[in-house]
Design a protein around this ligand. Structure first.
Ligand code: IPE
Ligand code: IPE
Ligand code: MG
Length: 245
């Protein structure tokens, strides 16, 4: 199946809303957290497959600002799982040249999680095969609010003028300042919504929704998403004729 993917037309940046862990568990009569645990295996497979294909940026939505409203036990288990996965997977990921990056309100995470993250971020900072960004305690509206605050402060301090505010300046003040725009956004589990994920960055992304629940998401599903992406014509407002000229 890999042969059917064109190496010269890969999305530079793939972002995934990994949804459906709870439903996966419920279907099997298990606790929701069992779904999160199984979902961690899909993360490993997906990171490896993206790396093998040559995708340069993969961003995974792991925990939203809204997910803090979930039952305390689920939130705590998710945080524990997170530390465990990072510790476990990054030995191998590091060998494969993967850099860890995090976006979101990182200060709101438990200290232990912050420490684990910053150690791995530091250790992998020079890797350049792929950047794996984990969105943690992430909300796009919060990100945009922070960007507006930081830019406004610069205007107040007369570091910049109002006329200096443009798309590039905005991009440079987002959590994703060092990432390109998203080319392909995948959401699993059949839900067709964005749930406050990367609103600015997906302005021209191709959207791909699949019914598979995240713990069942395998390499073949990733390939299907990329194949679908490669069949599309990205016009960015132009006409089809203009593109072939
Ligand atoms: C996604 O799965 C993981 C997180 C949001 C942390 P869910 O836990 O949302 O699973 P469903 O949507 O309830 O099935
Ligand atoms: C979005 O999933 C967040 C993550 C995948 C981490 P949710 O399951 O929280 O989204 P909604 O609330 O159903 O839109
Ligand atoms: Mg969900």
């Amino acid at each position: 199946m890999k042969e059917t993917i064109q190496k010269d037309n890969l999305p530079q940046h793939v972002a995934i809303i990994m949804d459906g862990n709870g439903r996966w568990a419920k279907k099997r009569g298990l606790y929701r957290v069992a779904g999160h645990e199984k979902g961690a295996e899909s993360v490993r497979e997906c990171v490896e497959s993206c790396g093998n294909l040559g995708v340069k940026n993969l961003t995974l939505f792991a925990f939203s600002t809204e997910n803090w409203k979930r039952p305390k036990l689920e939130v705590e288990t998710l945080m524990r799982l997170l530390i465990r996965s990072i510790r476990k997977e990054f030995t191998e990921f590091h060998k494969n040249g993967i850099r860890l990056n995090c976006v979101g309100n990182i200060e709101s995470l438990p200290k232990k999680v912050q420490k684990e993250l910053s150690e791995v971020i530091e250790k992998t900072k020079d890797n350049n095969n792929m950047t794996l960004t984990i969105a943690l305690s992430y909300g796009s509206r919060e990100e945009i609010k922070c960007m507006v605050q930081r830019i406004s402060q610069k205007v107040v301090d007369k570091e910049i003028g109002v006329e200096d505010i443009n798309d590039q300046l905005i991009q440079e003040h987002l959590y994703t300042f060092d990432l390109p725009d998203v080319d392909l956004l995948i959401r699993t589990s059949g839900e067709k919504r964005i749930s406050n994920f990367l609103l600015w960055q997906i302005a021209y992304a191709e959207l791909y929704f699949c019914d598979v629940l995240w713990p069942d998401f395998k390499t073949e599903h990733l390939y299907e998403a990329i194949e679908s992406y490669q069949k599309r014509e990205r016009r960015f407002g132009k006409t089809s004729e203009q593109l072939t000229k």
